[in-house]
Design a binder for this molecule. Structure first.
Ligand SMILES: C[C@H](N)C(=O)N[C@@H](Cc1c[nH]cn1)C(=O)O
Ligand SMILES: [Zn+2]
Ligand SMILES: [Zn+2]
Length: 479
């Protein structure tokens, strides 16, 4: 295998500038799934993938998912499924990634245009979606191209599933995966699943990830007046939705991150001694945390507590308020209706429906205590499950060997605080092991301003994805 991998690696280096061009083209398409106005761009991004995959010789299908629930006449973007190779002699690996991105506006504080890939003199490639998840998705395409052009046969068959609604809770995808994993379906032949859509813990050492938190996302609407009001005329004589909302949101979580909703923390599985012992060896420091935070404002004093808070305890974050005055300046308005948005990251053994019931009851009770004449409506917007797998599987052993080959170190085994809603669905529907094999680093600022992917992570990451396909082909199926 060594000479083959070496030829592949050399080809990746030769093609590196064209791989960056491919990422530049993808970042230029503002495929923001949460913004209805951008839906045409999400579809355009799906078409870009179809055209790139077709040019590489893959069999590609663009599968419609129908209308988006709760929206009038708005179609979900298609799922792109593709097949590369179908030899009955080879193992088949199912790859998943997403081609939609989080919203981004220059005025949010970006130093560069968010949808223009901008590479600085340290090789940091800034742009929305660079690390989450366009770089990793294109990494798979790059790996196919470099194999072809190096004349190295791929030792596995590939199945691909690239979706356009991940940042909005993967609407519509669970049913699709369940259907396609059945006999005769597109994913039937998968022997293992690999997802590249999370991040290293630091900036130097790669990791393999075997757990994710889930995410239940809520809205709380408070309304009263028939329209926005002048605060000089009505301030003091009308009950204000914004005042009520701020008080309700302020009751959800304390300064140290402890969720205040009764019943939530009680559902969390206790930490075992074995689990506790795993944290000490993980290559992570408080400096790593401060570097990615861009400040020293972490809650906990040490790495164990910090990692546990991120991976194995729930958290509640307040994200924003729709309808509130948020522009610069000093508008003296009383908003008539405001919608607060918050989410809870869930962990074993929290049950999604029970989380919802506790949240609904608590929010309504806290609102009732205010004695306001305004009205409240609390809803779940979307939910995705937590997932924890066994890293003692040939899929993980193969990835570990690939990391050692490309980076010369043994990877850390980590869990992840973020969510990839369909991971558990893939595991259950296919009955196969799922591996998370990240490309980006802890400083990439996914979802934030100035999101980036380092050139090194993209190019060496492309080598890693390709090397993994070689090791996974030869790994003995012992688990
Ligand atoms: C980890 C992954 N790259 C990611 O960013 N996932 C999102 C998915 C999401 C959106 N709403 C709920 N889940 C995340 O963790 O926020
Ligand atoms: Zn994301
Ligand atoms: Zn992602």
């Amino acid at each position: 295998m060594a000479p083959q991998l070496d030829s592949y690696f050399q080809q990746v280096d030769k093609l590196s500038e064209s791989f960056i061009e491919r990422l530049r083209k993808a970042v230029a398409i503002p495929s923001v799934s949460a913004d209805d106005e951008r839906r045409a761009d999400v579809v355009k991004m799906s078409e870009f993938l179809v055209s790139e995959l077709t040019a590489l010789g893959a069999h590609v299908e663009s599968r419609p998912l129908g209308l988006q629930p709760g929206k009038k006449n708005l179609h979900l973007p298609p799922v792109i499924v593709a097949r590369y190779g179908s030899s009955s002699e080879k193992r088949t690996i199912l790859l998943y990634g997403h081609y939609d991105v989080q919203p981004a506006l220059k005025e949010d504080g970006w130093a560069t245009e968010p949808f223009t890939l901008t590479v600085d003199n340290k090789g940091r490639m800034y742009g929305r979606g660079s690390t989450d998840d366009k770089g990793p998705v294109l990494g798979w395409l790059n790996a196919i191209q470099a194999h072809k052009e190096a004349g190295v046969e791929l030792p596995v068959n590939l199945l691909m599933c690239f979706e356009g609604m991940e940042e909005y809770g993967s609407e519509g995808l669970d049913d699709f995966i369940e259907e396609e994993a059945k006999p005769g379906g597109f994913f039937e032949k998968a022997d293992a699943v690999c997802i590249s859509d999370n991040y290293w813990l630091g900036t130097e050492k790669p990791c393999l990830t075997y757990g994710l938190r889930g995410c239940n996302y809520y809205s709380v609407s408070i309304s009263g007046p028939g329209q926005d009001l002048h605060s000089g005329i009505f301030g003091g004589c009308a009950q204000e939705p914004m005042t009520d909302l701020v008080r309700v949101l302020g009751k959800l979580v304390d300064t140290d991150g402890k969720i205040q909703i009764p019943g939530i923390n009680e559902m969390v599985a206790p930490v075992t001694a074995e689990e506790k012992s795993l944290y000490g060896d993980i290559n992570y420091t408080m400096e790593n945390l401060y570097e990615s935070l861009g400040s020293n404002t972490g809650i906990f004093p040490d790495k164990e507590k910090t990692l546990m808070a991120r991976w194995r305890y729930p958290s509640l974050s307040v994200h924003g308020v729709e309808g509130a005055f948020s522009a610069p300046g000093a508008k003296t308005v009383i908003p008539a209706k405001v919608i607060g948005k918050f989410s809870i990251r869930t962990v074993p053994d929290m049950e999604s429906d029970k989380v919802d019931s506790h949240v609904f009851k608590y929010v309504k009770d806290e609102f009732a205590k205010l004695g306001s004449k305004n009205t409240i409506d609390v809803r779940l917007i979307h939910a995705g499950n937590w997932w924890v797998a066994s890293p003692k599987h040939w899929n993980y052993t193969a990835a570990g060997r690939a990391v050692e080959k490309v980076f010369g170190v043994k990877p850390d085994l980590t869990r992840e605080g973020g969510s990839i809603p369909v991971t558990l669905t893939f595991e259950k529907a296919t009955g196969k092991n799922v591996l998370l094999l990240p490309m980006g680093s802890s400083t990439d600022a996914a979802h934030s301003i100035n999101e980036k992917l380092d050139r090194r992570n993209y190019i060496e990451g492309t080598k890693l994805l390709g090397a993994y396909l070689h090791y996974v082909a030869e790994e003995e199926m012992k688990a």
